[in-house]
Design a protein around this ligand. Structure first.
Ligand SMILES: C[S@@+](CC[C@H](N)C(=O)[O-])C[C@H]1O[C@@H](n2cnc3c(N)ncnc32)[C@H](O)[C@@H]1O
Length: 212
C-alpha cells in the first residue's frame, strides 16, 4: 500500500480521537495567540491555505486571529478528518468560520494555481512527505512575499512517541531551515511557552516567500 493511502486510512480511523486531543491541549488557542502577536501585513482580505489541516483546529486558530480573511481552504487527504472539520466550521461562532472551504487533496500536488495564496499554514503534516517536495509545493502556491507559518514536530522525546503513534518521520530542525531557505526568508523563529502543551511537540517558523 502506498504511504499516502496508509496515512489517509490512519486518519480516517483516528480523526475523532485526534480532534479531542488537540482540543484538550488548547492547540487552537496557542496558534491564535501567536498569530495575533505578529504584524503579518497580509493586505486586505487575504486568501489562506491550511495544508494538511486534519480536523481544522488550526484553520479555526487562523480564522480567530483577526486576519479579515477573504477565504480560507482546509486541505487534507483524509475524508473523515475533513468531515469532522466541516462540522466544526458549521458549529463555530466566529464569523470567519463561514469563510472556510474544505478540499480533499494531496499536499504534494495542490489543486491550485501558482501564486494563489497570501498565507499558508502547515502544522504536523510536512512530516509525512519529503521535506524538499513539500516546501517546494507550498512555495509554488504562495504569492511572492506571501507568508508560510510552518509548525513542524520538533525532534524530542514527545516527538519520538508521536512518530510511533502517528507513523510519521520528524525532520531535523537544521534540515528544515536549510531547505526552507531555497524558497523563503526566515522572518520568525518562535518557541511556544512551556506552559502551552503545543510547546511539548512543536515549534513555529514564520517564513516569507522570496521574490524571483
Ligand atoms: C498530525 S495531523 C495534523 C493535522 C492538523 N494540521 C493539526 O495540527 O491539527 C497530520 C495531517 O496531515 C494529513 N496528511 C498527511 N499526508 C498528507 C498529504 N500528502 N496531503 C495532505 N494531507 C496529508 C493527515 O491526513 C493528517 O490529517
Amino acid at each position: 500500500m502506498a504511504d499516502e493511502t496508509k496515512t489517509r486510512k490512519l486518519y480516517d480511523r483516528i480523526a475523532d480521537v485526534h480532534n479531542v486531543a488537540l482540543k484538550v491541549n488548547r492547540y487552537r488557542q496557542s496558534v491564535t495567540k501567536y498569530l495575533r502577536s505578529l504584524n503579518l501585513d497580509l493586505g486586505p482580505e487575504p486568501l489562506i491555505l491550511d495544508a494538511g489541516s486534519g480536523t481544522g483546529i488550526q484553520t479555526l486558530g487562523l480564522a480567530s486571529a483577526g486576519l479579515n480573511l477573504r477565504r480560507a481552504v482546509a486541505l487534507d487527504i483524509s475524508h473523515k478528518s475533513l468531515k469532522v472539520a466541516r462540522e466544526q466550521f458549521h458549529r463555530d461562532r466566529i464569523p470567519d468560520a463561514a469563510r472556510i472551504d474544505v478540499v480533499q487533496g494531496d499536499m504534494l500536488g495542490f489543486p491550485f494555481a501558482a501564486n494563489t495564496f497570501d498565507l499558508v499554514l502547515t502544522c504536523g503534516a510536512l512530516e509525512y512527505v519529503p521535506l524538499a517536495d513539500g516546501l517546494a509545493e507550498m512555495a509554488r502556491v504562495l504569492k511572492p512575499g506571501g507568508k508560510l507559518v510552518l509548525i513542524p514536530v520538533k525532534p524530542s522525546v514527545v516527538g519520538t512517541v508521536l512518530e510511533v503513534l502517528y507513523k510519521f518521520k520528524t525532520h531535523k530542525v537544521d534540515d528544515v531551515k536549510r531547505v526552507a531557505l531555497r524558497h523563503f526568508n526566515i522572518v520568525g523563529n518562535h518557541t511556544f511557552p512551556a506552559i502551552e502543551p503545543m510547546s511539548w511537540s512543536k515549534r513555529i517558523f514564520l517564513l516569507e516567500k522570496k521574490h524571483d
